[in-house]
Design a binder for this molecule. Structure first.
Ligand SMILES: *Cc1c(COP(=O)(O)O)cnc(C)c1O
Length: 253
């Protein structure tokens, strides 16, 4: 399920991007239909890591208004280079070190990988200074793989209870990376775990904390994620084409 086999051809024109985006949207709609969900309940977040500025301009022209990036410096650099494109929003979806939090506070609209209070604290302080707010998702390690970032599921509730102290952070829900496997019987339980956790937390979420979002599913497994309740799918290679950088660059194991 993972890897180049699920990637589209390398998109190099606006037409390519229109085509790939439409085909991913069709797959989203089909997955929704199979479980009686409304396709508008799923947000497609195109993931643009390793894609250069020139191709991102084409993706923008094809309709992308939000881009996900794993690495903060790469994201900040692109945000600056593309600042002339109206309405383009940036989502940081990778692990964040505290010393980079100030960069995120400056340009990002969303951060999907919150898993430490220290990061929440530094982010909040920098956001206050910038007069900005930030949508955040709490990252959960649902696969038990040591190479994955995120909190163990059993620690999430206590963690979330601390978050109202950070008033610049708008908590929206949870994010996970499933096990990297071609076997749906290994992947699906990760998605189920995240949904069940979200449902449980939603019952008595602290004031100001929303527990609606479930960010789960990538090029290789987004349809499965949708059937298990994903509200955001993070899709790179099925839109942009295969990446040369191995996944171990993003999830060192
Ligand atoms: C790269 C990445 C994705 C997208 O992966 P693809 O295989 O390109 O669809 C999703 N989530 C995170 C956190 C990523 O770093």
């Amino acid at each position: 399920m993972h890897g180049a086999g699920t990637a589209a051809e390398r998109a190099a024109t606006v037409e390519d991007f229109r085509h790939n985006l439409a085909s991913v949207q069709e797959r989203i709609a089909a997955a929704c239909k199979s479980v009686g969900r409304d396709p508008s309940s799923v947000r497609l977040l195109p993931v643009s890591k390793t894609v250069d500025e020139a191709r991102l301009r084409l993706a923008y022209e094809a309709g992308c208004r939000q881009l996900g990036e794993n690495k903060v410096q790469e994201a900040a650099h692109k945000a600056e280079a593309l600042a002339d494109l109206p309405g383009l929003r940036w989502s940081v979806i990778g692990h964040l070190q505290t010393n980079k939090a100030k960069v995120v506070a400056r340009f990002a609209d969303e951060f999907q990988a919150l898993d430490r209070l220290r990061v929440a604290e530094v982010l909040d302080r920098r956001l206050q200074a910038e007069g900005r707010g930030l949508d955040v998702l709490v990252q959960v390690n649902t696969s038990g793989e040591a190479s994955k970032f995120g909190l163990p599921p059993e620690e999430v509730e206590a963690f979330v209870r601390q978050l109202p102290a950070f008033s610049s952070l708008r908590v929206r829900g949870l994010m996970t990376l499933a096990a990297f496997s071609a076997d749906p019987d290994r992947v699906r339980p990760c998605f189920v775990r995240l949904r069940e956790l979200r449902d449980r937390l939603r019952q008595d979420a602290p004031d100001g904390v929303a527990m609606d979002e479930l960010s789960m599913g990538m090029s290789g497994d987004f349809e499965l994620a949708i059937t298990e309740g994903a509200t955001t799918v993070r899709v790179g290679q099925a839109i942009f084409g295969p990446r040369a950088t191995p996944d171990s660059h993003y999830w060192p194991g």
